[in-house]
Write a protein that binds this ligand. Structure first.
Ligand SMILES: [Zn+2]
Length: 450
């Protein structure tokens, strides 16, 4: 978790909005979708072998491309560690140099309202941590993305998106943080329980407003109108009891080359969005497989389940905070000039404990998400009956994901099943349903033609 993304996480608002980024001009109308190429070994027939079909798909990736995506993906393992250490160092700096107490003192001179003091503290905190974390954020968000050919943004456009993120974090995050500190100040003994409940409520509001208010700040979502895509996909939705009238398209190509799709929102704002890279480069079969996967998230209630999962995490985090803040302030509170858990100057310490908590739980969070993704994969291939389209989607994702990790690596670092496993399961499904793909037998002669 980068310091920057950590700040964003802290305001609990932007965390679950996928594909935040934003700026050059959007491309023209989508050309006809690409065509699906099924390798010889994956063609239906009596000799169909799951292993051979899987290998044939994987062999379509050129070795140089594999080397590149492996380097990119493995680099991200280390970034998890560097981000954590860098963020921890910044927090310790703010506490030990007395900057945090100094920022708090400044707010007290501006206003006597605690709520506003907390918001003002938060604004200063965001700016100072952003400046200190900028080299790492620029490397991760801009230079590294260009190095691997994944970004389509100019530096100015990237900075513009960063500025928007900070402004949103200041406003929405400021209100969220001020509410949480107000809870802590009023409920001295039980703040950790109500703080967890309040954080969850803020998280749900963030998910709810995400697609409607937050995403449009960075991109221009619009309803998908191309009937070549919408006709089969909406039919698939009706067949699966999903009451969607529309699908959404987002101009992600102004930030990235990545192909993706997602389900976002909650209750009334829930929707399925495909990005324009997928629409341009994906075959119709692939798009149907991907939408089937997203429908799986929807039908299997993955967003409400994830909210419940976060409730458990948040209660754990706040219980840890209650203990750790008490212990640390008892020992160093005087030196840091922090007056108690209700003092906004404690925020760097809160961030330090929270980042440690989430860092340690990386495999748990990844495994929870990966299990949901695997369920959505199975649902998607069952619903769409497009195992080859699904395999092609997995190949496209190989541009930025390692395809064949070790099982331990997959357990710790993968928030989706590995590409190899996804293709293997799709081919397994195909093997079990081979009759769907066999050429129709010639009509038997002599049947009465009614
Ligand atoms: Zn998914």
């Amino acid at each position: 978790m980068t310091l920057r993304s950590f700040v964003v996480t802290a305001c609990m608002v932007l965390m679950l909005v996928p594909g935040l980024p934003g700026a050059p001009s959007s491309p023209g109308p989508a050309p006809a979708p690409a065509t699906l190429v099924v390798p010889k070994e994956a063609q239906p027939g009596p000799a169909f072998s799951v292993e051979a079909a899987t290998r044939a798909y994987l062999a379509q990736i050129p070795p140089a491309a594999t080397a590149r995506s492996v380097a990119y993906f493995e680099g991200s393992y280390w970034l998890i560690l560097w981000d954590f250490l860098y963020g921890a160092a910044v927090s310790l700096l703010l506490l030990n140099l007395g900057w945090s107490a100094w920022m708090r003192d400044l707010t007290a001179r501006v206003t006597r309202f605690k709520f506003l003091q907390t918001m003002l503290y938060w604004g200063q905190y965001l700016v100072i941590t952003y400046v200190l974390g900028f080299p790492l954020a620029a490397y991760e968000g801009y230079f590294r993305e260009h190095q691997y050919g994944l970004s389509t943004q100019s530096f100015g456009a990237w900075l513009g998106d960063e500025g928007k993120t900070i402004l949103l974090s200041m406003l929405l995050g400021g209100v969220a943080v001020a509410i949480l500190f107000a809870i802590v100040r009023r409920l001295q003994r039980t703040w950790w329980i109500w703080g967890a409940a309040g954080s969850l409520a803020i998280l749900v509001v963030g998910i709810l407003i995400g697609p409607v208010f937050l995403q449009p700040v960075f991109n221009s979502p619009k309803k998908l109108s191309d009937p070549r895509i919408t006709t089969p996909v909406l039919s698939l939705a009706r067949a699966n009891g999903i009451p969607v009238q529309d699908l959404w398209e987002i101009d992600a190509s102004k930030q990235t080359n990545r192909m993706s799709a997602n389900v976002s929102g909650f209750a009334n704002t829930m929707r399925i969005t495909l990005n324009d890279n997928l629409l341009r480069r994906g075959s119709p079969e692939e798009i149907q497989a991907v939408v089937g996967h997203e429908m799986g998230h929807y039908v299997l209630n993955h967003i409400p389940n994830m909210i419940m999962f976060f409730l458990i995490l948040l209660v754990g985090l706040f219980a840890l905070l209650k203990w750790a803040l008490g212990a640390a302030l008892g020992r160093w509170g005087g030196k840091w000039r922090i007056e108690g858990v209700g003092d906004p100057a404690v925020l760097p310490l809160v961030m330090l404990v929270a980042s440690l908590f989430f860092f340690a739980l990386t495999p748990v969070m990844n495994s929870f998400t990966r299990a949901q993704e695997r369920e959505a994969d199975m649902y998607g291939v069952n619903a769409s009956r497009q195992p080859d389209g699904f395999a092609q989607a997995a190949l496209h994702l190989a541009e930025y994901r390692k395809m064949e990790p070790s099982p331990l690596e997959e357990f710790i670092f993968f928030d989706h099943p590995s590409g190899r496993n996804r293709i293997h399961r799709a081919m397994q499904w195909k093997a079990e349903n081979l009759q769907l793909f066999m050429p129709a037998p010639a009509p038997a002669a002599g049947l009465p033609g009614k």
